[in-house]
Write a protein that binds this ligand. Structure first.
Ligand code: G3H
Ligand code: 13P
Ligand code: ZN
Length: 311
């Protein structure tokens, strides 16, 4: 099966009350762990590549690894640019075979966000590629950009119809209280999301796919594993699974997960070296790391996203 856009996936996900997992990929083991789980669970997939991932692994290597995953799984897979920050970057990914791009103009003044997003949409649609825009700003770390709590802002529902209408985006990322990275909520406080904003956006844009960034649960088992094997992570709190399930049953059709992949991989490798200090063959420690990613992703597909069996 060739690469697909997310159009059909989102339509079915919206109607079916589930969500598609958008997992960040940076190397072969991560791609294999995710796609092996999806194959066993017959789940549609979005594999997303950040500017940092592209810099680290090289566009062609990532595309070829994803092509290999297509051959091995025969699943509907969409390749998406995560947090594109310029027209040039989006164009380069579109020209290089991505089927979806995000243009993240959320840090720009509203009219500039519209102008940049519209420019990307025009080019993308001319090339059969879909576009995700963003309104509202998430706290946390992406690449080299660190958004402080003061600079973060919830999406204003009063803007969404105008933004979607004037830009022509195919999906919209909104900010309802999630954030990037492993430290999403203050230790000792109860995680809370603004479902009232999501409900209002859903009412104003019926049938339109919404995207949730910063949606790792920061799985405690992996944080514990890191800290029990030489790591030193402070209290890390993610988005509770029941909240993600609720979002998936509403208008959220794409749930972004990166930090949980990083934690699974790092925790497993730390444990491996702690238990096998004399080993130095990368295959020995990357194999359990890949297996941990696979099991973690399988859990998400079934119990969080609800997209198992939907390919
Ligand atoms: O939202 C950001 C993703 O976690 C990607 O992170 O830019 O460090 O690759 P990165
Ligand atoms: P997490 O840091 O919660 O995994 O979020 C990833 C993300 O939103 C990628 O765009
Ligand atoms: Zn994000």
């Amino acid at each position: 099966m060739p690469l697909v856009t997310s159009t059909e996936m989102f339509k079915k996900a919206y109607e079916g009350g589930y969500s598609i997992g958008a997992f960040n990929v940076n190397n072969m083991e991560i791609i294999q762990g995710i796609t092996e789980a999806a194959k066993e669970e017959n789940a549609p997939l979005i594999l997303q590549v950040s500017a940092g991932a592209r810099k680290y692994a090289n566009h062609t290597y990532l595309m070829k690894l994803i092509e290999a995953a297509l051959i091995e799984t025969d699943l509907p897979i969409c390749v998406h640019l995560d947090h594109g920050d310029s027209f040039e970057l989006c164009k380069s990914c579109i020209d290089g075979g991505f089927t979806s791009v995000m243009i993240d103009g959320s840090h720009l003044p509203y009219e500039e966000n519209i102008k940049l997003t519209r420019q990307v949409v025009e080019y993308a649609h001319d090339h059969g590629v879909v576009v995700e825009g963003e309104l509202g700003r998430l706290e946390g770390v992406e690449d080299d950009v660190n958004v402080s709590a003061e600079d973060a802002s919830y999406t204003n529902p009063a803007q969404v119809q105008d933004f979607v209408g004037r830009t022509g985006v195919d999906s919209l990322a909104i900010a309802i209280g999630t954030s990037h990275g492993a430290y999403k909520f203050k230790p000792g406080t109860k995680p809370q999301l603004r479902f009232d904003i999501l409900e209002e956006v859903e009412r104003l844009l019926p049938g339109f796919p919404i995207v949730l960034h910063g949606a790792s649960s920061v799985i405690p088992e992996f944080v514990k594993m890191i800290n029990e094997h030489g790591g030193n992570m402070p209290d890390a709190i993610g988005v509770p699974e029941d909240m993600l399930r609720k979002a998936a049953s509403m208008a959220v059709c794409k749930i972004n997960i990166d930090s949980d992949l990083r934690l699974a991989m790092t925790g497993t490798i730390r444990k491996y070296f702690d238990e096998n200090p004399s080993h130095f063959d990368p295959r020995q420690y990357l194999k359990p790391a890949r297996a941990a990613i696979k099991e973690m992703v399988r859990h998400k597909l079934i119990h969080v996203l609800g997209c198992n069996g939907k390919a």
